[in-house]
Design a protein around this ligand. Sequence first.
Ligand code: UD1
Length: 417
Amino acid sequence: MARLLVEKSPPLKGRVKVSGAKNSVLPIMAASLMSEGTVTIKEIPELEDVVVMKDVLGAIGSKVQQEDKGVVEITTPAIWSCEAPNDLVKRMRASFLVMGPLLAKKGKARMYMPGGCNIGVRPVDLHLKGFSALGTEITQERGYIEAKAKKLRGATIYLDFPSVGATENIMMAACLAEGQTVIENAAEEPEIVDLANFLNKMGARIKGAGTDTIRIEGVKQLGSAEHTVIPDRIEVGTFMIAAAITGGDIIIDNVIMDHVVSITAKLKEAGIEVMPYGSSVRVKGKECFKATDVKTLPYPGFPTDMQAPFMALMSVAKGNSVIIETVFENRFLHVEELKRMGAKIKIEGRSAIVEGVPRLTGAQVKATDLRAGAALVLAGLVAEGVSEISDVFHIDRGYERFEEKLKGLGAIITRVQ
Ligand code: UD1
């Protein structure tokens, strides 16, 4: 299994371009199967999760064709299976996002219940609550969820928590339902807006995406569309931290600053210079930066996906910080790994108390999930000696050419098999 060897690196310098957002492209690909025509999606990152979604769509009946680099064309002449294969659902929870489109198109879907994962239990009750409100009969048997609806009818749905996946799944199903659907307490993430924009290009009638109330007027069918995926705000944040932690000075291209407001605010609070211009941002680190408290929240709050990378930064900050995780119940697995590298962190319930240390030291550590893996790479850039990171497949799920991009900025990092 591949490992990454990360050596203490000089301050990062240069330019890096951010890829299309993983969390946008996955629901957009799932939504494509509702189109009667051809869908062209641009800025698709080369990621393991994208490969899995291509396989899911292929198993359902879509033809997914890679055009130029980063461009994929999807047509679905016929849906021959209303079930995503178990092994794919187990590999990637986001496979569950085909449930809404399948219900909308065929009135049925059968899917293996996606299990918990390293970062928490992650139930799908809110997705199912939404589908039921739209008139779907849901049965759960031997680990399978079976959903059937004679006709989807619009409804008002209140989400107990603004779940990203549930908002997306319900929004997609509602596009072809009869009448109006209102999702209250909807997730407001930029990826929801990107998905809604894409669905509207296909002919859907969605208003309010990006606010906590989304209104969807059902239409009879959806057609062809061409869409460019938004930049990955979590990748932007990760490179911002790479510059900050190494005391570097880098320019990040393909950035929507409005999507990284909370990350920018926290970095500035720590004393890092963040200078946006056009669709780029220059981030200039300091030899010494301040400890800064952070609490993860649904958008526009500080993203849970940035919690581990931010903790890597706080591990070497001046002073103590408190990092509170409110979105997932078990997203501190990176703490033990950072501690192996010399970080001083204590967990108390949902809080991590980080005591900044002057230096970290290279160690053998394990990427326990995608963002935890990124955090360890960031810590490795400033740790004395070599850090050996195993289970790199987690990182490959969500960062396109991560080590290549870092190398381009001067990081000393190699992949070994
Ligand atoms: C998405 C992102 C992930 C990000 C997360 C939160 C994708 C592909 N993944 O995941 O990177 O970390 O948003 O920003 O877009 N919950 C329930 N019941 C449900 C659904 C969710 O209780 O039916 C809970 C979850 O267990 C979790 C919280 O809600 O504690 C947030 O989950 P959700 O917003 O649904 O995350 P995902 O869509 O899975």
